[in-house]
Design a binder for this molecule. Sequence first.
Ligand code: C2E
Ligand code: CA
Ligand code: CA
Ligand code: CA
Length: 278
Amino acid sequence: AKRQGGGSYTFYSPEMNTWSRDRLKMESALRAALQNREFELHYQPQIDIRSGRLVGLEALIRWRRADGELIRPDAFIPAAEESGLIRGIGDWVIREATSQAARWKSEGLLPVPLAVNVSAQQCSDMNVVDTIRSALEDSGVAPAMLKIELTESTAMHDAERVAELLSSIDRLGVGVAVDDFGTGYSSLSLLKRFPISELKIDKSFVHDITSDADDAAIVRGTIALAHSLGMTVVAEGVETQAQLRFLARHRCNIAQGLLSSPPLPADEVRNWLEASAP
Ligand code: C2E
Ligand code: CA
Ligand code: CA
Ligand code: CA
């Protein structure tokens, strides 16, 4: 779209017209959603495979529309990234997760680390580090109770800058996980150069591990690689006992998926936290 005088737009084609208008509508809806506090975090349990105990929670954003409809992130995160609104939304996610951790702590519930997803756009400068630092300070939550999940593509954007960013996060005492491992285009040397504590195997590899020899080999290899680098491995999208058995046999550390629990609203996570209290 080309901007004309008077703030109106011209479009090259009717399709473009519809597309651009939808996008603008989505952007203003997202901006309003942030203002009106329509986002919420759900938390998915992460289970230590050996002991069966809860060892973490991944925070996953949802958009609760005024009419009650719950919208999944795949439907709005891409638009938030394109429009730059992901920065404001991402800051909210970090603040909300640390506030929730503080609320659970004040209720005397066993603390487990919360993992939050961070987009590449949030990593284009050091602001996210300031957000993390001040969210920890304001909430009084220990840095070890927060983890950052980044995808490989993030790391590839600008390796030097991301190295600096991850070092700063590491210095805060906050762990970094590589998300969707194997789906991006990372060089394995990134794993060596960056302070990364955890690899998350994408659910697309986990889905067929018991039937597809290639997927099984990739998962086995990823676990071995991670362990030889001193990292913890989380398998995403674990849905069946057979998948869990395979992962246990190959010494995967942590399972996350529908077999244990879907992502839950904060008040439903309380049961998990109470159950895992010593
Ligand atoms: P992800 O980080 O790879 O998160 C895992 C996704 O798998 C989640 O989808 C989760 O609900 C889903 N899942 C969990 N267990 C299973 C299972 O057993 N089987 C299958 N098939 N799926 C399972 P969700 O919540 O819709 O999130 C989708 C993606 O949106 C996330 O993928 C992440 O990339 C992004 N996202 C979510 N929350 C945030 C956020 O706060 N900030 C940013 N930047 N991105 C987010
Ligand atoms: Ca994730
Ligand atoms: Ca994934
Ligand atoms: Ca992802």
